[in-house]
Design a protein around this ligand. Structure first.
Ligand code: PRT
Ligand code: ZN
Length: 292
């Protein structure tokens, strides 16, 4: 039994081998946590932090975190919500993005949610599906399947399905069309509601701060350019930088080098305006991490 004063490491649940595994591990590596080969073992010690990873099936993660077997977990919001787990959601992470959608056979009689009364719906998400139809006041018959839900209408096990969708390719390949959305999902970092030692709380704070910096860095670019000194006022107006840009005089008379950080989403827009304002030799670099 782990106790409040447990001297064991902060234990983090990660999906063992699935869609979330690589992105979660590269996020952890990106914030400076180093692990030995995680493919060989279920419990992997971190080399440079008092952290260990427990690699398990994603379906087990909410419960392991709820019960305090793991202090943190990285898992899809869909799984957390379906399990109705008693955990704290620390933050969303923009990978594993998908939606739980309702789909029906392409040329069938069901066209809208109201047509569902008395119909059979196959799903691996009975809780979320039930809640959705209850909220609409529509009685449906739910057939719970653990996988391959998309073939249920063809097998005549069900009239419709609810399933996770990302590109929509699977629905299309199975002659199904999406008619409504039940739930938007992304990966979440969840924390146990069991008491944690001060040491663990401190470590969690540090991990969260690093994730924040890592995400900010991924969405930002470092840009450098040369420009005439006379253009600096105009350029400063164009750059939506975090702080005032660094402006350094160059050997060429009247020319300066300008360095700053900009959100990636504004890059092309900013770049074109900078060029118009007289900037030359504009260089963009990725940023590994940043603390703001
Ligand atoms: O073995 P384990 O139980 O750990 O893994 P799993 O097979 O249950 O889950 P896995 O690895 O497939 O998915 C893990 C998590 O990834 C899910 O819980 C979601 O949070 C997230 N995710 C994101 C997805 C998808 N996108 C997704 N497209 N999970 C599943 N799918 C499936 C969907 O069920 C359907 O079969 O992909 C198909 C649809 O994809 P498209 O692109 O054709 O629309
Ligand atoms: Zn699973």
């Amino acid at each position: 039994m782990r106790t409040l004063d447990s001297t064991t490491s902060l234990r983090i649940a990660v999906q063992k081998g699935g869609r979330l595994t690589d992105k979660t591990l590269s996020l952890l590596e990106g914030i400076g946590l180093q692990f030995d080969d995680y493919k060989r073992s279920l419990l992997v010690k971190c080399r440079n932090f008092d952290v260990e990873l427990l690699l398990i099936r994603d379906d087990d993660i909410p419960e392991y975190v709820q019960d305090g077997v793991c202090d943190l977990g990285f898992v899809g919001a869909n799984t957390v919500a379906e399990d109705e787990a008693d955990v704290t959601i620390l933050r969303g992470l923009d990978y594993g993005v998908c939606r739980l959608a309702i789909a029906v056979p392409k040329n069938g009689s069901i066209k809208k949610v109201e047509d569902f009364a008395g119909k059979r719906i196959a799903t691996s998400y009975p809780v979320l599906t039930r809640k959705f139809f209850n909220s609409k006041g529509i009685e449906v018959d739910i057939v719970t399947l653990s996988g391959s839900v998309e073939i249920a209408p063809r097998l005549e096990i069900a009239d419709a399905i609810t399933d996770l969708v990302s590109t929509g390719g699977t629905l299309k390949a199975n002659g199904l069309v999406e008619i409504d959305k039940i739930f938007d999902s992304e990966t979440q970092l969840i924390q146990t509601n069991k008491p944690l030692s001060e040491g663990k709380k401190h470590l969690i704070g540090k991990i969260l701060q690093r994730i924040e910096g890592y995400k900010k860095a991924a969405e930002s670019r470092y840009i450098m350019m040369n420009a005439p000194q006379s253009a600096v006022v105009e350029i400063k107006k164009i750059i939506p930088s975090l702080k005032s840009p660094t402006v350094m005089p160059l050997a060429d008379n009247g020319m300066v080098a300008i360095h700053t950080v900009i959100p990636l989403s504004t890059f092309w827009d900013v770049m074109e305006k900078l060029k118009e304002a007289g900037a030359t030799g504009i260089v963009m670099l990725p940023i590994e991490s940043m603390i703001v």
